[in-house]
Each structure stands twice: as structure tokens, then as C-alpha cells.
Write a protein that binds this ligand. Structure first.
Ligand code: FES
Length: 231
């Protein structure tokens, strides 16, 4: 097939060269070429057929019945009001969910735990790193305690990793190469790091994949009024 194409191109090229010298062969060359014939300057005005024949190209449809009766400035004011109102509503909604508070001479973050339902994860940022907070269910706590610790790559009991069994707090940084694992994923119902396939269990312990260690536990404590203080 390739030699046939080469011969065809060579024939077309030589015929084109001939056409440059002889106008009589130009029509034959166009018939051989696979590209549409270009208009030559002498025939462009007579052969061109406009698709808008019989219509003026400057005719614009009448949209007046769709136009607002108000002035331009009234419409702009209404748009700004709607954008501002929706923005304020969104901000209020986000604020009412979880509102970490930074304070103290050292970077600490305070989280109101009452806003985290059982069985849910929340991620906050502390010292530029994600911190996972999970409000564990009774079944999850049982599962975390049912593991044979001696079989783990980084042997730690669940008790060593939590201050209150229902609250698991850990850095959201994979101990392999530092990606952020995904919650409620993986083969062990905990966290899964998609970067290279590390699976962590419901206590944040490495169970499968290349990560060498369990997810790190940061410094944290619980305040008397039911808040978590990280840092
Ligand atoms: S960084 Fe998480 S598995 Fe590699």
C-alpha cells in the first residue's frame, strides 16, 4: 500500500508542476487531487454561492420581547444582591458544621466534637497537615480490638492509639510517601491511599500495601466542655 501512495503523490506533484506551466492541465490536476480545489483569483467572484442567498446578513432576530423592562443599573443591582445573599447563606451553612478555632502561642486547633455525628469523618488542617477525626461506632471499636496485634506490620493495640475509644484522631498523611488517604475506603474499612495502594484499618494501622507504619497520632487532648484540642 505504501509504494502505491508514494507513486500517487509523485504523479500528483509532477502534474501540479505541469499545471503551473500549462493552464489547460489545471482542471485535470484538480480532479486527481484529494484536497478541494482552491479558487483561483480570476474565478472567485463568479463561482462562489452564498448560503444566505436572498437574505441580508445584517438581519438580526428581534429579541425585544425577552428584554427586561428595567434599566441596566436595576438589573445589575438585583444580580449583585442575589450573588451576595447566596454567598452569605453558603458561608453561614459551612460555619454551622465544623468550625476549628486556632489559638495559643503554639499552633493549636479546637474542634467542637458535638458537630461530628457517629460514624462520620472530619478533616481539619493543623500545621499545614490534614488531621483525620473519626467518631467511631461501637462496631468499629470492637473490630479495631479484635485484631491479632502480633500479625501487624507496625504492632499497636487500639488502646495505644486512642484516648477515648469513640474518637480516633490521626494525621492524614500516608506513611509511605505522604499522600492523603481516602476515608471509608480500602480492604479493611478504614482508609485507603490510592497513590500506591496502602490500606489502613479502622484504627489507622497499616494492613496492606507499601506503607511501613501506622498513620501517625498527633498531640491532642479533650477539653472539659467536650472539645478536641489538637496541638
Ligand atoms: S504514598 Fe500512600 S501508598 Fe504511597
Amino acid at each position: 500500500m505504501a509504494p502505491l501512495q508514494t507513486v500517487s503523490r509523485a504523479l500528483t506533484r509532477s502534474a501540479t508542476a505541469a499545471a503551473c506551466r500549462s493552464p489547460a492541465t489545471a482542471t485535470a490536476v484538480r480532479a486527481m487531487s484529494s484536497t478541494p480545489a482552491l479558487r483561483d483569483s480570476s474565478s472567485s467572484s463568479s463561482s462562489y454561492q452564498s448560503p444566505f442567498k436572498g437574505e441580508s446578513k445584517t438581519n438580526v432576530p428581534d429579541f425585544s420581547k425577552y428584554m427586561s423592562k428595567g434599566s441596566g443599573s436595576t438589573n445589575a443591582l438585583f444580580s449583585y444582591f442575589m450573588v451576595g445573599t447566596l454567598g452569605a447563606i453558603s458561608a453561614a451553612g459551612a460555619k454551622s458544621t465544623i468550625q476549628p478555632r486556632c489559638f495559643g502561642p503554639w499552633p493549636k486547633v479546637e474542634v467542637d466534637l458535638a458537630a461530628i455525628p457517629e460514624g462520620k469523618n472530619v478533616i481539619i488542617k493543623w500545621r499545614g497537615k490534614p488531621v483525620f477525626i473519626r467518631h467511631r461506632t461501637a462496631a468499629e471499636i470492637d473490630e479495631a480490638n479484635s485484631i491479632n496485634v502480633a500479625s501487624l506490620r507496625d504492632p499497636e493495640t487500639d488502646d495505644q492509639r486512642v484516648k477515648k475509644p469513640e474518637w480516633l484522631v490521626m494525621l492524614g498523611v500516608c506513611t509511605h510517601l505522604g499522600c492523603v488517604p481516602i476515608g471509608e475506603a480500602g480492604d479493611f474499612g478504614g482508609w485507603f491511599c490510592p497513590c500506591h495502594g496502602s490500606h489502613y484499618d479502622i484504627s489507622g494501622r497499616i494492613r496492606k500495601g507499601p506503607a511501613p507504619l501506622n498513620l501517625e497520632i498527633p498531640t491532642y487532648d479533650f477539653s472539659d466542655d467536650g472539645k478536641l484540642v489538637v496541638g
